[in-house]
Design a protein around this ligand. Sequence first.
Ligand code: ARG
Length: 589
Amino acid sequence: MNFKEEIAEILKKSIKKLGYSDEKLVVSFSNKPEICDFQTNFALICAKDYGKKPIDFANEIVGGIEANEDFEFSAVMPGFLNVKVTEKGLSNYANFVSGNKFLGIEQEKTAKLIMFDYGGANVAKELHVGHLRSPIVGEALKRLNIAIGNKTISDAHLGDYGLQMGLTILQLKNDGYLDNFFDGTKNPKIKNVTLDLLNEEYPKASKTKENDKNFKSEAEKITLDIQRHIEPYFEIYKQIKDLSVVEIKKNYELLNTTFDYYLGESDAYEYIDETIQIFVDKKLARESDGALVVDVAREGEHIPIPKKTPDEPQRYKNPMPPAIIKKHNGGDLYATTDIATILQRNRDFKPDEIVYVTDNRQAGHFEQVFRCCKLSGISPEGQKLTHVAFGTMNGKDGKPFKTREGGTVKYKDVLNMLIESAGKKLAENGIVGDSELARKIGVGAMKFGDLSNTVAKDYVFDMDKFLAFDGKTGPYLQYTIARINSILSKAGKFDGKVCVRTSEERNIVLAVLKLNSSYIICKDTYSLNSLCLSAFDLASAFSTFYNNHKILTEKDESRKAEMLAICKLVKACLEKALWVLGIDSVEKM
Ligand code: ARG
């Protein structure tokens, strides 16, 4: 049931019957909700084609419409066609949604297989604030596609391959943690190596590398050994990776983010040689200073440089630099790994689309990777490769979020801060000691604060604002559901259908209609802001209804059941929207 399409069909029938072309007909939600629910400016645009006055043309079209119980059509000056959904029409829609297993969310006509690459945590390196947006946005985009009927595969694509591994291992070795790998011990195991230790060793190594050339080149050698599966470093690497992955998973789960696969850059290893060979065979690669590069620039193009502030003039880089697929020392590169991973994914899964969710500084990298894959045919024609580039999470000063001392904020610290503050707010409401509830609220606050912005934009992390129990926030939506839960549990069993009788109920059903149409907008824009805002509009329409009507004390049992049916509908639609956003609904708060 899609009102926009139904209205368009009715109008088209009339337009055709009168002998006109309906080609330019577009029906949209009204921007004057106090007057009508849907509108089209078809008559305004097309009247002159037939030498008519727009208002006369509009009246003629309205005159040609067959009687209908769901909609009222009217022509208004200077030539708008307005459509109001009748109470009957809204009740029909509400009851359709209540009984539909997709809650009226339109399903893709042909389901696609979409692979999502997000997360991007690096093994042996602590997650920091910059790693928050990818699981938040990526998880929501994945769930959105599930909600509209697509099939999805998600992969965390762990950074388990770079110099950071060589550096960390060399540091551990120098500090004596790896002795049993070098003293002839059989089947050695890493001992006393914890994540906390890794989090100390990597920054230490990273610093040493700056001033100590030998240290750096030794770390590079170890990295190469790992990449070539040479022992003992490959075994050490595997053990460290296992240790890290446990923690990485836990961190993502705190954010309600899970992956079908926790594969890493290293899993593309066996495809690297083949990948490079494809470029050589197709004569797409050339040598440059001992490295192998692929020219990906196209004639006359300009590459926009991301703006730091919106009022900065747009600047461009030109031309697009060649992609380096092999370094002079033979080491594999970030681009080559991503290209080989696409080859691997096409062997294993053949997705219709691969979506990457990373910050916008990687835009150039992905553009190079995608072009390489299209040039070489590694990505077949018709396969969509999409980079969803998100902006930075800033502090209240508008600059990238930092600790008070100016350092990088840890991922865990942000979460702990949110959970702690949510716990305090709950305590103000008399709920003490429910740490899981505090996590759900804290994470909900963060996610809604993030996703209610356009993905591409930078936004300000404002914890107090995000955690407010009223306003455009995650907790407000969770609170609305909790409130409905309480009404429904007090009401007990009831038997009734929605029957729209008041303007408040009208607004609720219209808000459901808008919420359901926002799923497609989000899919097309790869951004969840429209879903966040429509979910909020539904919650506030409910709040007005709740304040103006006595539901539980209503004497007329059948009227009471109608109102409870509305409550149930709002709860189901909000829970679904929150699920897509990766936010937990809560029983009470
Ligand atoms: N590990 C990378 C980082 O921390 C992000 C990986 C993004 N995904 C990809 N397929 N390259 O920056």
